[in-house]
Design a protein around this ligand. Structure first.
Ligand code: SF4
Length: 205
């Protein structure tokens, strides 16, 4: 299995080398960037988030990351284009929360693993592991499958322990704060508190 975890409390066994960090947004990048640098990694960011809708929201989050990356001297690989249509096609028929998230993680982590392989970076991970609102087990499963498919390693660590640090950094850097996870379904659920059904049917508001 192409995966490994941090020696959590033993920094004498520092992993070395470069790591590609898939970034979902600037706020969630803050703690992993600091933590991975502390562990001795040279961190390179990677942006691929076709799940973020609509386009203006995608751009607000992307531009927030541009500014943050400049401030902390973080190089970032930007996936060109906006694969919104492909995202919606892949999710079609699996719109319920959990079902769609599995697809969403797979798409983004497959792209990250492919990018790591292309760049000759042996290890990758994701800022999705920071959020208590994301399914860490599904993320790990998707990351390890993508790693196997592309001949790289997925680095797993419970970044959730840095959630408070994330909150502090958001204030310090005055980062853009999104109000929902990313897709149109999550935006609907955030504001109505109603779940989207398995086949995409939305309850009457
Ligand atoms: S809720 Fe978030 S993780 Fe789940 S599919 Fe939507 S954007 Fe992706």
């Amino acid at each position: 299995m192409h995966a490994y975890s941090a020696p959590d409390h033993d920094l004498r066994q520092r992993p070395a080398g470069e790591i590609l960090l898939h970034i979902c947004c600037a706020p969630c990048a803050t703690y992993p960037v600091e933590r991975l640098r502390e562990l001795g990694f040279t961190v390179r960011g990677y942006w691929s988030n076709p799940n973020i809708h609509p386009w203006q929201e995608h751009e607000a989050r992307r531009l927030s990351l541009v500014g943050y990356a400049q401030r902390v001297d973080l190089p970032v690989e930007w996936e060109p284009g906006y694969q919104m249509v492909d995202f919606l096609r892949q999710v079609a028929g699996r719109e319920a929360s959990g079902d769609r998230c599995r697809v969403c993680y797979r798409l983004r982590l497959e792209a990250a693993a492919a990018c790591a392989s292309r760049l000759g970076i042996a290890v990758f991970t994701t800022t999705l592991l920071v959020s208590p609102y994301q399914d860490q087990a599904l993320i790990r499963e998707a990351g390890e499958a993508a790693a196997d498919a592309h001949g790289v390693q997925f680095y797993f660590e419970n970044f959730r322990r840095g959630w408070n640090v994330r909150s502090q950094r958001v204030r310090e850097y005055d980062l853009y704060r999104q109000q929902y996870c990313g897709c149109l379904y999550s935006e609907f659920e955030r504001y109505t508190k109603l779940p989207v059904g398995r086949a995409g049917e939305a309850p009457t508001c």
